[in-house]
Design a protein around this ligand. Structure first.
Ligand code: FAD
Length: 474
């Protein structure tokens, strides 16, 4: 619903748009919205740009969508200039890329770093959003864009006794900026999601002993990573326009297509060849072997069986293999993880896997972690426990819409949005890759560009028609 101009006696607001966050989405929002002549300011809690790629500096952090696809598409010149060193870039390289983007488009001058947006309230008299920062700074803005991240509010479980632990603790999503030495140490990793799966093989190398605490096993498929060569670079530069078109047309935001047939139409031997081909494409793409794989349990079962056989052929101890193979969800219904040597790590004599469903953590002690199976002696605990996903960053802000309605309260029983972009009762407030959008199920850089372009076009339309605002209806 679009609304006519507000009757207001207030002079023009200080800002047209306030953007929360300077990750992939916030950076593009500054570029795009400023580029259409709006006054824009972004506020970022970190001391630099990059969001996910600023905070998640743990060893092994890298993307699971090929870098040539997991990169901005808004400027063909940028695509042609940037040299990706390998197919799946590591965190330092992705951060360098985002810093380059910030410099190349002169974005930093519109970003305030090292402060948090604490409050955002619609002032219905003036028709402006009033934004308060944790520094006490205040803004009035016509529009507010939350690019605060689906996976940015780090989650540390409140384990009994954690404060008593005498060793070091780390969180993958708040990793120190300096290198951390693990040589000769007894290290515990809690969590076997994407971050745990990436860091575990790397920590196993220097650690004297690595103990992996697993609640939920996840499906993981090795990354077919390799360095780019001058030839592969020339090839991707030539094919960029096509790759982007195919990516935009696909549900997952990548240029790969499933076999067009339904799984069970394909003879078993041919199906196995197709699974093998998808396996070599790596990670998330394995869930896209056939179009019905994520819709039909019978079509999912052979893909899952293929995965299971791969793990059993890799992990020597069948009891450990049983612990590592998920049985509680079909393959691909959670984003498949992408790894470099994850399953072989469990063949090492200096690595122990603890099943927290069988033996939950009872207590963190000064010397380690106690479960009903005994005490695991540790010098370091690494939390790879992910995020308060999707709603965490927004729930941390006091957001009030019409009549003082509080977003946290509105979403107490779960978030309700229009396509993830807008919320009823919260006019002129946009969320990028918000809950209810394809968000974390897709290539999030292309998804962010898509959302921000829609927001930019919408604001341009409102302004061209002298309209005050836009609002999702319940
Ligand atoms: P973020 O990058 O999370 O940025 C949000 C920013 O907002 C943060 O910097 C945060 O500090 C700031 N912020 C939040 N609240 C406030 C506040 N109140 N005030 C001020 N600032 C605030 N996606 C893919 O598609 N492919 C991948 O390969 C991939 N790999 C990933 C690997 C890891 C380790 C992780 C954690 C995620 C990965 N993702 C991947 C998802 C990733 O989060 C997105 O791709 C993308 O980087 C999100 O960008 P964003 O700008 O939306 O959010």
């Amino acid at each position: 619903r679009m609304t006519q101009q507000h009757a207001t006696s207030e002079p023009a607001a200080a800002l047209d748009v306030l953007v929360v966050g300077a990750g992939v989405a916030g950076l593009y929002a500054v570029h795009r919205l400023r580029g259409q002549g709006l006054s824009v300011c972004a506020v970022e809690a970190g001391d630099g740009v990059g969001g996910t790629w600023y905070w998640n500096r743990y060893p092994g952090a890298r993307c699971d969508v090929e870098s040539i696809d997991y990169s901005y598409s808004f400027d063909p010149q940028l695509e042609q200039e940037w040299d990706w060193t390998e197919r799946y870039a590591t965190q330092p390289e992705i951060l360098r890329y985002l810093e380059h983007v910030a410099d190349r488009y002169d974005l930093r001058r519109s970003i305030l770093f090292g402060r948090r947006v604490a409050t955002a309230a619609l002032d219905e008299d003036s028709g402006r959003w009033r934004i308060g920062l944790d520094t006490g700074e205040r803004f009035a803005t016509r529009f507010v864009v939350f690019a605060a991240g689906s996976l940015s509010a780090a989650n540390t479980p409140d384990l009994p006794g954690l404060g008593s632990f005498a060793g070091r603790t780390f969180h993958t999503a708040r990793w120190p900026h300096e290198p951390v030495e693990f040589a000769g140490r007894r290290v515990g990793v809690i969590g076997t999601g994407s971050s745990g799966i990436q860091i575990i093989p790397i920590l196993a190398e220097p650690a004297e002993h690595l103990t992996v605490f697993q609640r939920s096993p996840n499906y993981s498929i090795p990354s077919p990573n390799r360095p780019h060569t001058p030839e592969s670079r020339a090839e991707y530069r030539r094919s960029y326009a096509d790759r982007r078109r195919l990516s935009r047309e696909s549900g997952g935001g990548s240029p790969h297509r499933p076999d067009p047939r339904d799984t069970l139409e394909v003879p078993e031997s041919e199906r196995t060849e197709i699974y093998q081909r998808q396996w070599q494409l790596g990670g998330v793409l394995f869930s896209k072997a056939f179009p019905d794989q994520l819709r039909d349990a019978a079509a999912n079962a052979p893909a899952r069986a293929f995965f299971e056989a791969k793990v059993r052929a890799t992990v020597d101890d069948p009891v450990i293999a049983d612990m590592l193979i998920p049985t509680d969800h079909p393959i691909g219904t959670k984003r498949i993880c992408t790894d470099s040597g994850y399953y072989p790590t469990f063949n090492r004599p200096d690595v122990t896997l603890v099943d927290l469903r069988a033996t939950p953590i009872e207590q963190v002690t000064p010397g380690g972690i106690r479960t009903p199976g005994g005490e695991h002696a540790l010098d370091d605990i690494v939390f790879a426990t992910g995020f308060d996903a999707l709603t965490g960053a927004l729930a941390a802000i006091d957001i009030r819409g019409r009549g003082g309605r509080e977003l946290r309260a509105e979403w107490a029983a779960g978030p309700r949005t229009y396509l993830g972009l807008g919320v009823a009762g919260f006019p002129n407030m946009f969320v990028v890759t918000g809950p209810g959008s394809p968000g974390v199920l897709t290539n999030m850089i292309l998804a962010s560009e898509h959302h921000v372009d829609w927001i930019g076009d919408t604001i341009a339309h409102l302004d061209a028609h002298g309209l005050w605002g836009i609002e999702a209806t319940a």
